[in-house]
Design a protein around this ligand. Structure first.
Ligand code: FES
Ligand code: FES
Length: 215
């Protein structure tokens, strides 16, 4: 069993009241003897040694510490470990199998959805929560689901593409091809401020229609 005492020497730890927690994490049952004030993020990283869960701010802002608790995304820097007692927690280490990446991981790889990678585990866990509920999200729904996760490398455009790529793969469809990053069509997906194409005249549309009819 893991024993975890924050910022205390072993001698002092003997004086501290602790409590036992039992958590199913990534499908494995684990127990830990901890201080009631211990944060879930710190139990995951320092106690269970699952260091894929990152802590970027410790103040519920960045989302790097996002894990799933009973399927719902939570910022583990803002959850006491005792609150996870008796619950099921999934971290980024729980996504891949021994032989295969999860489609979300494949999507981030394929669509270059990361730069430094610090935000990536949290992004992936928020994406997993979304796709577990909605396998066919719109771009706006992806953006909303990831709105609690910050990326300092400003890679949002490719992150959104990565999640849409994963959604298609999980639906059993061929993942979309977004084109090379320099391609104008690739920029359209996230450029909310992009100007709309000029409206075409009715005459031009009619001319096109009739041309299509002949072909
Ligand atoms: S470390 Fe938890 S939100 Fe930033
Ligand atoms: S990839 Fe660097 S913070 Fe997101």
């Amino acid at each position: 069993m893991t024993s975890l005492f924050e910022e205390l020497q072993p001698a002092a730890a003997a004086e501290v009241q602790t409590t036992r927690v039992d958590i199913k994490i990534n499908g494995e049952y684990k127990a830990a003897q901890i201080e009631p004030r211990l944060l879930l993020a710190h139990l995951i990283r320092n106690g269970f040694r699952l260091t894929g869960t990152h802590t970027g701010c410790d103040t519920t802002n960045c989302g790097a510490c996002t894990v799933l608790m009973d399927g719902a995304p939570v910022k583990s820097c803002t959850v006491f470990a005792v609150q996870a007692n008796g619950h099921e927690v999934t971290t980024v280490e729980g996504l891949a199998t021994a032989s295969e990446l999860h489609p979300i991981q494949e999507g981030f790889k394929d669509e270059h959805g990361l730069q430094c990678g610090f935000c990536t585990p949290g992004m992936m866990m928020s994406a997993k929560a979304l796709l577990d509920e909605n396998l066919n999200p719109t771009e706006d729904e992806v953006r909303w689901a990831l709105s609690g996760n910050l990326c300092r490398c400003t890679g949002y455009q490719n992150i959104v593409k990565a999640v849409l790529w994963a959604a298609a793969k999980m639906r059993g469809e061929a993942p979309p091809t977004f084109g090379a990053p320099a391609d104008d069509s690739a920029d359209e997906i996230a450029d909310d401020s992009a100007e709309q194409p000029e409206e075409r005249s009715d005459e031009a549309a009619i001319a096109d229609d009739s041309a299509g009819g002949e072909g």
